[in-house]
Ligand binder design. Sequence first.
Ligand code: G1P
Length: 291
Amino acid sequence: MKNAVIPVAGLGTRLLPATKSQPKEMLPVGRKPIVQYIVEELIRGGINEILFITGPDKASLENHFDTNHELVQTLREKGKEDLLAELDFDRLHAQYYYTRQRETLGLGHAVMCARSFVGKEPFIVALGDSIIGLNATSNIVQRMEHCFDENDCAAVIAFEEVPDHEVSQYGIAKPKTDGDVFELLDIIEKPEQAESPSNLAVAARYIFTPTIFDALNRTTPGKGGEIQLTDAIKIMIEDGAKVCGVRLNRDERRYDIGNFESYFRAFIEFALADEKFGDSLREYIATLSGN
Ligand code: G1P
């Protein structure tokens, strides 16, 4: 698989004012903006063509993945090799593409914008606000690709077990079987806790064949009046397509940067894991909490 799509067109309203004039995907977690972790995860997994589905005020994201020749030259002249190394990611062998979602009609509508980019190939969708694994060390996408190749699926989705009170924040699976890899009988977008078929929540990574676009074409507005990707997956299953789920491992945390609480937690965890400053930060936090 060589193509991936990263939707980054959301308004980030739950993170205002930090996201007033910059995308939430550009907020730093530790040393890097969130979206850089996602791009690095994808490139490590062999992806080299990445389409961002953007919205207004996403220029800083485009600049981040472009080479800043002036900065490189200045650092080179000053012999700042260590800082030049920090910019290595923009020399990674990936090609970046951008298209605008011109109306915010939902995640399903955003994915629809990738139709001509992906053509007839299967592709990955990685949501731009979720990092999988501390410092994005997860190989979940490779495990999903393995499942895709082995099982002749039309879609493979990553799932994470969440507490009961969180099911109403996610797409939730109705699995056919137990296990780390399972087939889906159904999927429901943000169910009420009492009606939830399981605790397995969509964890921001998907693989699709282009049949998703036919399903999206037939998807009517759902939760929140938006065209939901989950509803299109449901249509695929109803059409008889095989859709599989792959669970995150227990030690494979998913950092969903959806609100300030989850953002603060992710930042602290990544900062504590920082090679240079992690230990002193841990000591500092202990002094704050009086331990
Ligand atoms: C979206 C999807 C949802 C999924 C979630 C993962 O929701 O609609 O099914 O579980 O991403 O992060 P959002 O977070 O955009 O409300």
